[in-house]
Design a protein around this ligand. Structure first.
Ligand code: ADP
Ligand code: MG
Length: 380
């Protein structure tokens, strides 16, 4: 007879490890996202259901336990050198803070490289502890713009014309690269490193000189590049949750409006330069097709748990038939989760308050043990 689990573990709050920060350009935004998620996990009924311990990954990739993590959340900015004085000299993961091994479920609130890209998901999978959000495959495919575009194209989803390049192509024969991009895409075009996020390293090129400069900037940040035809379009976003045994659900649509030529890093993170319109003021058939495409995009990259799917939308011009055009821009598998972020606001507008959202994300993680979490493989 297997032992009765209730005799071993007395019922009590579930130990949730919320991990944030990270060796990523989006470290600072992760701190704000984590403050929102931690507060929601400690409020109301969630406070009785979950015992939330926070863990901080500094900009060098070293892990820290709850003492420093709570300080960072309270100060709302990255740990300073004085707070990291006891850090090992070597950067990167150096082992777990003592408390980490007791966690029963992990909630990664990390954005960008080293957190949204399958790396930490691989670690949790090896630990055989459930975690919120996409697994290794969905995270990795969702992060890399070349892989993401290939998966979306294979699913037949509309995207603006694009070209994938390696930095080595540019070094080998810049002239040939420029000619190909001018022939296949023209101006304006957008040059993007494949793996960053937050618009870091992205530029809009209106001529050959700007294109070459943009390619060099992006190539210095990432050996994998994507160049896209520029479109003049509105930017819509849809939140998705579910997956595994739970149905995938799409939220109402939101629109990002900003006071700039395009949604660059400075505009994204400067107070008052952008705002959201929820629900987006678009014809219902457009919202319905965006919702369908958002679910298809999640299936295409194997995203689950939570995701935000972003679109370009161009209204029909005078005399044009139909409701205009929609293109998939990108999928984010760990979208911004600050109190001002689209993801929680879209769910709120769809009737799912923040406390319910985080609770259900954890429940979904716990009742969907991934294949790799079942030692011994499939039952005989
Ligand atoms: N093909 C495009 N046409 C027009 N604007 C674009 C295009 N690609 C990117 N942009 C602008 O650049 C922003 C950032 O690009 P995106 O691919 O979403 O990168 P990130 O992953 O860093 O958010 C978009 O929100 C949009 O304003
Ligand atoms: Mg984007």
């Amino acid at each position: 007879m297997p032992p009765d689990p209730s005799r071993i573990a007395p019922p009590g709050p579930i130990r949730v490890g919320l991990i944030f920060g990270g060796a990523s350009g989006e470290h600072a935004i992760s701190i704000r996202s984590a403050a929102t998620v931690a507060a929601a996990l400690r409020r109301g009924e969630n406070g009785g259901r979950y015992a939330t311990s926070c863990f901080y990954i500094d900009l060098q990739g070293r892990w820290w336990g709850p003492e420093l993590a709570e300080q960072v959340l309270a100060q709302g900015r990255p740990a300073g050198p004085d707070q990291l004085a006891s850090a090992p000299e070597r950067p990167g993961f150096q082992g777990f803070p003592a408390e980490a091994l007791a966690m029963e479920v992990w909630f990664p609130v990390l954005h960008g490289p080293n957190g949204e890209d399958g790396t930490i998901q691989g670690l949790f999978t090896l630990m055989q502890v459930p975690y919120v959000g996409s697994g290794v495959l969905g995270s990795a495919v969702g992060m890399d713009k070349q892989a993401m575009k290939a998966a979306l194209a294979a699913a037949g989803l509309p995207q603006v014309p694009y070209v994938c390049l390696e930095a080595g192509d540019l070094e080998a024969d810049p002239e040939a690269v420029l000619e190909r991009l001018e022939r296949d895409l023209g101006y304006p075009c957008f040059v993007k490193p494949a793996n960053l996020g937050s618009s870091v390293g992205i530029s809009k090129a209106g001529d050959r000189a700007a294109l070459l400069a943009g390619l060099r900037t992006a190539a210095a940040l990432d050996p994998r590049l994507v160049v896209e035809q520029g479109v003049s379009a509105r930017e819509l976003e849809c939140a998705v949750r579910g997956g595994g045994p739970r149905p995938l659900q799409a939220s109402v649509l939101g629109e990002i409006r900003y006071d700039a030529d395009w949604y660059d890093f400075e505009t994204k993170y400067s107070e008052g330069r952008s705002h959201t319109v929820i629900p987006a003021e678009i014809p219902e058939p457009v919202a319905a097709s965006a919702r369908t495409m958002a679910l298809q995009a999640c299936r295409a990259v194997n995203a689950s748990g939570l995701a935000r799917v972003d679109f370009f939308y161009s209204e029909a011009g005078p005399g044009e038939a139909g409701e205009g055009r929609l293109w998939l821009n990108e999928i984010n598998t760990l979208p911004g989760f600050t109190s001002q972020s689209m993801f929680p606001m879209l769910w709120e507008a769809t009737g799912v308050p923040l406390e319910t959202l985080v609770d259900e994300l954890i429940q979904a993680a716990r009742d969907w043990p991934r294949a790799a979490l079942q030692p011994g493989g499939p039952p005989a």
